[in-house]
Design a protein around this ligand. Sequence first.
Ligand code: FPP
Length: 259
Amino acid sequence: MGLPRLLTDTAYATYETQLEKEVLEGEIPQHIAIIMDGNRRYAREVLNTEPMEGHKLGKEKLDEVVHWCLDLKIHHLTVYAFSTENFNRDPSEVDYIMELLEQALYEFGDDTEVHDNKVSIKVIGDRDLLPENVLKAAEYAEEKTKDYTNFTFNVAIAYGGRQDITNALRSIAQKVVDGEIDIDDINEEMISSCISTSETPDPDLILRTSGEIRISNFLLWQMAYSELYFTDVYWPGFRYIDLLRAIRTYQQRTRRYGV
Ligand code: FPP
């Protein structure tokens, strides 16, 4: 390693330690939701390689981020792994991502830290759209962690926020039709209790990588009061320091606007 690189790495490590200390002194968000974006651009622009490599690195990054969140005692993490719109991509890309998702779910289901920390894994989204192998992997991870209540990890696959709200409204309408409830009984709490993340508090912080400033149909109901944080870093290039910066921004904003 050359001297300039050594100096940069040392400065970076010092900054990271300082930032971590600062962040740990503040209020840690209970629930972080992440839109993991920029896999293909990272592969093309940063590594000068083919886009699928970006997805592979994206999967590895997710594993790292889950462990950072556990270490920081962020109790709920929700990630947008695949939207309903993503099915419109080239079939070979969809197949490849599905393969990665299958692997990831089995790996999370067997992860020692997931079990040590009692993380409950849940796949949210339209299961009817999932290939059989991904559905099986989802059921495997969920079954192995179903008794845990310490942390939750929601993986959104074939997910859309409008679809989530529509499903909640359908189940409520059915209760009205069945005479279980009155129309006047419908309120926000009831809708929240019928939404896919009903066992998780609404996200305190929603973070999106890759410089896009959009929510893209993610957690539309749940994000009513979430702080939004956008960073230019592509998902595979996301570092611990970027997570710390997002949390520090959250802390600065809640200190300013909180009651
Ligand atoms: C976003 O980058 C990635 C996706 C829409 C697909 C899948 C997500 C991952 C591979 C992240 C890790 C998750 C697992 C477990 C597989 P993009 O393809 O939209 O990239 P671009 O914005 O640069 O085109």
